[in-house]
Design a binder for this molecule. Structure first.
Ligand code: COI
Length: 354
């Protein structure tokens, strides 16, 4: 049978929501879950298209124990944000890019996916239903988490017979507090980053295999791990949940997204913005030595936005980089967040009013 959705009744959800909303301190939010009012659900069976979706109160979902997502991790996730502009309106940043990327991920994971139009419509509806949770201008954003899940029963290894697109939201601000100190552990690769793996999509199974190493790195005083390519161990690839850029003089370089790293939407936007601002940008293999000799290093992602890196430790070497005002990463940050909040002209039409 299809999974049955359960949630607290809507009256209870909304009165609890009123209280939570009244109590929220916008200047104290970080990157965690603050339950909002509604989530969006759209379902389909294998071999069919997604039909109409609906908004339901935010709450738990019920799945069979044998669901494909629970047993074999058949699922992909997305991440995007809604921003409050200075004039109080709400905009999304490039949602059709997430729609296209989830289709590519779904294809790799043998799952059906909604059309780009269905996906963007679902995102808009979810944001409108939760609009009071979009933080005031300049105080964060509403993080939107779409999940595409294999919800039907399977025991033998094969794609689930049923699927669900589930979208929930939470208000967020900074993922990291300040510049990062990264570590490269050359005996360690992202489990999924070999050629032909799933490093190039946002599979749900890409992230938790990194927790063990991430916890160890944090215990050693590092913010995160920078992974090298699994094939040669000579080139930098990706940080656990974000892309990486290296700056030397006027030139900005980032590892080429050739299937082993995530083709980030912030990454792609920063490449265009940097070219517009007159920098020379290259997407190619970046040897570790080049990283160690860089002037600046920064990470990009929907969650992290643009986060400067102040050091990278590799074997016994600790390379240090410029951070703070006047850096190229700070200029890129100002431009990107300016476009997202309406302060900088959106010449490429990246924002979409909800
Ligand atoms: C995002 O940046 O939206 C992500 O999905 C990264 C996540 C691992 C926090």
């Amino acid at each position: 049978p299809p999974p049955i959705l359960t949630s607290s009744d809507s009256a209870a959800t909304s009165s609890a929501g009123e209280e939570r909303h009244a109590e929220i301190k916008w200047d104290e939010i970080g990157f965690g879950i603050v339950s909002t009012d509604f989530m969006y659900v759209m379902k389909c069976s294998k071999g069919e298209d997604f039909g109409d979706g609906s908004l339901i109160p935010y709450g738990n979902i019920e799945l069979p124990p044998s669901a494909g997502i629970l047993n074999y991790g058949q699922g992909v996730l997305e991440g995007l944000k809604a921003y409050r502009t200075k004039d109080g309106s709400i905009v999304l940043f490039r949602p059709e890019e997430n729609a296209r990327r989830i289709k590519i991920g779904a294809e790799r994971m043998c799952m059906p996916s909604p059309s780009v139009e269905q996906f963007v419509h679902a995102i808009k509806k979810t944001v409108i239903a939760n609009k009071r949770w979009v933080p005031p201008f300049g105080q964060g954003s509403l993080y939107i988490r779409p999940l595409l899940l294999g919800t039907g029963s399977v025991l033998g290894l094969s794609p689930s017979p049923e699927y669900m697109l589930l979208i929930y939201t939470t208000p967020v601000k900074s993922y990291h507090k300040g510049p990062l100190n990264l570590v490269i552990k050359d005996e360690l690769y992202r489990a999924i980053s070999g050629p032909g793996g799933t490093g190039g999509i946002k599979s749900i199974t890409n992230y938790s295999p990194a927790y063990k190493a991430l916890n160890e790195a944090r215990e050693e005083g590092f913010s995160d791990i920078l992974y090298l390519d699994a094939a040669t161990g000579n080139f930098i690839e990706e940080v656990t949940g974000c892309n990486i850029f290296v700056v030397k003089g006027n030139s900005i370089t980032t590892p080429e997204a050739v299937g082993t790293i995530l083709p980030g939407i912030t990454r792609k936007s920063i490449i265009d913005i940097a070219i517009d601002l007159g920098y020379q940008v290259e997407e190619r293999g970046v040897p570790v030595e080049e990283l160690l000799q860089a002037d600046e290093v920064f990470c990009t992602g929907t969650a992290v936005v643009i986060n400067p890196v102040f050091s990278v430790t590799y074997n016994k070497t600790k390379a240090k980089y410029k951070t703070g005002s006047g850096t190229i990463s700070s200029k890129l940050y100002e431009t990107l967040t300016g476009i997202q909040t309406g302060l900088v002209q959106d010449i490429r039409g990246w924002t979409l009013q909800v």
